[in-house]
Design a protein around this ligand. Structure first.
Ligand code: PMP
Length: 353
């Protein structure tokens, strides 16, 4: 009976499934293991002063002022979400009517498509080539079809690690009659941004998160930077009190420790480069160039390797055997010991001494 009452768009949706494993080396979700407990003491101390009986600052003014200073923007040009996931939902809720179209590429982060399905919109996924590169001219032609409410660009892309150069994003911005979202969740590992363009292009919104480089995935804090005109619209759909005061305190402390984060990012990039070399030298493994804190690899018997690693206490991401990501695995770059452990198990699986 209940199923019949469900909205049409939701009937065919499956829950976003996340498996929980105890005591594994967790390299499946692009978290920062290097700073696992990095800010805990300082956060714990700050929490002692917290009035948790009170609702949080609904619009996160203190956090926005702190970020505005850091980014040379105005607080009015920023919005905070319970993870950047929530800002993706807000953008879709604000701009997509049932039957409207959004444009992105594939493979990419799945929440753009899922969020659009939820509201009855259609997602066009422009396929990346066999090297997971974007054919910029082909994509521009798609943009020119001019039927899009939102264009989502992920830079660097998840799960491929690939990038879109700034001048190509500008080409898209110059012709798009749509909201253009540039999702920079992995910005700190890449270093290039288009956040400076939000005043030139009022239809641009740049998304960032504290879940990756800042090692704060558990607190769920992400932000969007865009023109005041665009953000005023997002504030109409933002749920009140969407970021807890616990998370706002944690975010403040993380952002104050910029140097620690940057040190950690440097280490992770060095580790990624070493892993890319090592994995790339193994016959039968194709490693894709990455500008983020993970590596995408194609390997025969990917599912077996995934199981083999899990049996030995290492969790990675496996993409199954269908579609463009068939036989692909994504390994988050962990701390040196974790990376050596994965490498050792993979070599063992491949029969290398
Ligand atoms: N965008 C991209 C490209 C991501 O990979 C992720 C996390 N997997 C997110 C957004 C969401 O991050 P969060 O909600 O934790 O801020």
């Amino acid at each position: 009976m209940i199923e019949k009452l469900v909205r049409k768009n939701i009937r065919k949706l499956m829950p976003y499934k996340v498996n929980i494993y105890d005591d594994v080396v967790k390299l499946d979700a692009n978290e920062n293991n290097d700073l696992a407990h990095g800010f805990n003491e300082e956060i714990a101390e700050a929490l002692l002063d917290l009035k948790i009986n009170e609702y949080p600052d609904s619009d996160c003014w203190a956090l926005r002022r702190q970020l505005a200073d850091k980014l040379s923007l105005l607080p009015e040009e920023l919005i905070i979400g319970a993870g950047s996931d929530q800002i993706i939902s807000m953008i879709i809720n604000a701009f997509v009517d049932p039957g409207d179209n959004i444009l992105t590429f594939s493979p990419t982060f799945s929440m753009y498509r899922i969020g659009t399905e939820l509201v009855g919109g259609n997602t066009y996924e422009y396929e990346l080539d066999s090297q997971f590169k974007l054919d910029y001219d082909g994509f521009i032609k798609k943009v020119e079809e001019d039927k899009w409410k939102i264009i989502f660009l992920t830079n660097p892309n998840n799960p491929t690690g690939g990038i879109i150069p700034r001048h190509e994003i500008i080409r898209i911005l110059d012709i798009a009659n749509a909201i253009v979202v540039v999702d920079e969740a992995y910005y700190e590992f890449y270093g290039e941004t288009v956040i400076d363009l939000i005043r030139k292009y009022p239809n641009l919104i740049v998304l960032r998160t504290l879940s990756k480089a800042y090692a704060l995935a558990g607190a769920r804090v992400g932000y969007g930077a865009g023109s005041k005109e665009l953000l005023d619209i997002l504030y109409r759909v933002k749920p009140p009190y969407n970021v807890t005061n616990l998370s706002q305190v944690a975010a403040k402390i993380c952002l104050e420790n910029q140097d620690m984060m940057m040190e950690s990012v440097k280490k992770i990039i060095l580790e990624r480069e070493a892993m890319e070399k090592e994995l790339g030298s193994i016959e039968g493994i194709k490693v894709y160039e990455s500008h983020a804190n993970f590596l995408l690899c194609r390997i025969e018997r990917a599912k077996d390797l995934y199981e083999y690693l899990l049996e030995r206490g290492v969790l990675i991401r496996c993409f199954g055997d269908q579609g463009p990501l068939a036989n692909c695995i994504r390994i988050t770059i962990g701390i040196a010991d974790e990376n050596q452990l994965v490498l050792g198990i993979i070599k063992e699986f491949m029969g290398i001494k």
